[in-house]
Design a binder for this molecule. Structure first.
Ligand code: NAD
Length: 368
C-alpha cells in the first residue's frame, strides 16, 4: 500500500493506493460514517461490477450504506441528474459532517463532488475512483462540475475530497477502450515534466496492458504523485502550473467538439491525439525534435489510441477545427494559451500561437 499526500493548504488529504483496498474499505470508512451511515453515489455499470464487493466490505465493518445510482455515461453530468441527486441527499437528511462517497469514474466523481459542494453549503466528500482516468486524474485535485447546453464542465466548483481510495484491481472489469483512454493521462505526466516516467511507460506498456498489478499500481502511484505535486502548487489554476495538466487538451477539445462530445471519441482518446498534435506542432515550430513527436505517437498508438486526425475521425479542414478552439473555456481576453514542448518532459505554456498557423498545420496533418 502506498499513501500519497496531497498538501493543499488548509485542506490536505491522503490518497491510499492498494490492490484489494475495496475489500477492506470499511477500515477507512467506518471512522467517518455518521452513526454508521454512509451516502454512496455510483452509476449503473459500477453498481453491477464493483458495488457488491464494496457493500460487503462496508457491512463487515458495521457500516450501512445508502446508494444512489446514476445512469452510466456523460449525460449523467446534467442539471436534471444534479437535482435528483441533491433531492435524494436532502431526503436522507444529509448533514455537513456526512461524507458523501463517489464510487465510479470521472462522471460520478464530478457530479457527486459538485453536489457535496452545494448541499448544505458544503459536505465532506470521499473519492473511490474505478476507471483508470479517474484513478490517475479526476479523483485528485478537487475540480467538480456538470455539463450544460453551452458546453462541458461549465458549471462547477473546486471542492477537495477528504480522502481518496484507489484499488487497481477495480480496473479488471473496465472495458479495454476505457483503460486505453486512461493510459493517455498516465503518459501525460511523463510528457509534462518527467522524462524518466515517459521512458518507464515505454518500457512497461506490455506489462501494464497485460494486467500486471504491480505495473498498474506503479503507474497509478507515479501519476497521482505528479498530480498531487502540481495541484498543491496551484490549487485553483492561477499561476500557470496547474495549466500544464491541460497538455493536449486544446487540440483534444477541438476533436471532441467535432465529434459531438460523444462515444465516437472518448476524452482520453482526444487528449492522446491532442498530445501528439501538440508535439508535432512544436516540432514544426522548431521547438522540439521530430523524433520526440514520433516517440509520443508510437507509445500512444501502441496503447490503441488515435494519433492522427483520421484515427480520431476528424479528417476535416484545419479552419473548422480551430473554430472549435475559439469556444475553449481556457480562452481569456481573446487569447488561447497553448501547451507546447521543447522535448519530452519539457512542456510549457505559450501565449504566442496564431490560430491561422494552427489551422495550416492541421490541414497538413489531415493528409497523414
Ligand atoms: N475533475 C477533474 O479533474 C477531471 C479530469 C479529467 C476528466 N474529468 C471528467 O471525467 C469524466 C470522464 O471520466 P471517465 O473516463 O472515468 O468516464 P466515466 O465515469 O463515464 O466511466 C467510463 C465508463 O466506465 C464505466 N465504469 C467505471 N468503472 C468501471 C469498472 N470498474 N468496471 C466496469 N465499468 C466501469 C462507467 O460506467 C462508464 O460507462 C468526464 O466527464 C470528464 O469531464 C474530470
Amino acid at each position: 500500500m502506498t499513501i500519497v499526500k496531497v498538501d493543499i493548504q488548509g485542506n490536505p488529504y491522503d490518497i491510499h493506493v492498494e490492490e484489494g483496498i475495496l475489500g477492506h474499505a470499511g477500515e477507512y470508512l467506518h471512522p467517518v460514517a455518521n452513526n454508521g451511515r454512509l451516502l454512496v453515489i455510483t452509476d449503473s455499470n459500477v453498481e453491477q461490477h464493483v458495488w457488491p464487493k464494496f457493500q460487503d466490505a462496508l457491512s463487515k465493518a458495521g457500516v450501512s450504506p445508502a446508494l444512489f445510482t446514476l445512469p452510466a455515461g456523460e449525460q449523467a453530468k446534467s442539471w436534471q441528474h444534479l437535482e435528483a441527486l441533491t433531492d435524494w441527499l436532502l431526503g436522507k437528511h444529509v448533514e455537513r459532517s456526512d461524507h458523501i462517497v463517489a464510487l465510479g469514474g470521472g462522471v460520478v466523481g464530478d457530479i457527486a463532488g459538485f453536489a457535496a459542494h452545494i448541499v448544505k453549503r458544503g459536505c465532506r466528500f470521499i473519492q473511490i475512483p474505478t476507471t483508470l482516468l479517474a484513478q490517475v486524474d479526476s479523483s485528485v485535485g478537487g475540480k467538480t462540475a456538470i455539463n450544460t447546453s453551452a458546453g462541458k464542465n461549465l458549471v462547477g466548483a473546486f471542492h477537495q475530497p477528504s480522502m481518496v481510495l484507489i484499488d487497481p484491481a477495480a480496473l479488471e472489469t473496465l472495458p479495454a477502450r476505457e483503460l486505453s483512454a486512461g493510459f493517455a493521462e498516465v503518459v501525460k505526466y511523463g510528457l509534462i515534466d518527467d522524462p524518466d516516467f515517459f521512458l518507464w511507460c515505454e518500457e512497461n506498456i506490455q506489462r501494464f496492458f497485460g494486467g500486471d498489478m504491480d505495473a498498474r499500481e506503479e503507474a497509478i502511484v507515479r501519476s497521482v504523485t505528479a498530480k498531487a505535486r502540481i495541484v498543491a502548487a496551484d490549487e485553483k489554476e492561477l499561476t500557470g502550473k496547474r495549466a500544464l495538466l491541460n497538455l493536449g487538451h486544446t487540440f483534444g477539445h477541438a476533436l471532441e467538439a467535432e465529434t459531438g462530445f460523444s462515444n465516437k471519441l472518448l476524452h482520453g482518446e482526444a487528449v492522446a491525439c491532442g498530445m501528439v498534435l501538440a508535439f508535432r506542432y512544436s516540432a514544426r515550430m522548431g521547438l522540439c525534435d521530430e523524433g520526440d513527436a514520433e516517440r509520443v505517437a508510437s507509445l500512444l498508438g501502441g496503447a490503441g489510441l488515435p494519433v492522427t486526425l483520421s484515427d480520431a475521425g476528424c479528417s476535416v479542414d484545419g479552419k473548422r477545427l480551430t473554430e472549435h478552439m475559439k469556444h475553449d473555456k481556457k480562452r481569456s481576453g481573446g487569447q488561447l494559451p497553448f501547451l507546447l514542448a521543447r522535448g519530452i518532459g519539457k512542456t510549457f505554456l505559450s501565449n504566442d500561437v496564431e490560430l491561422a498557423d494552427v489551422a495550416a498545420f492541421l490541414d497538413e496533418e489531415g493528409t497523414r
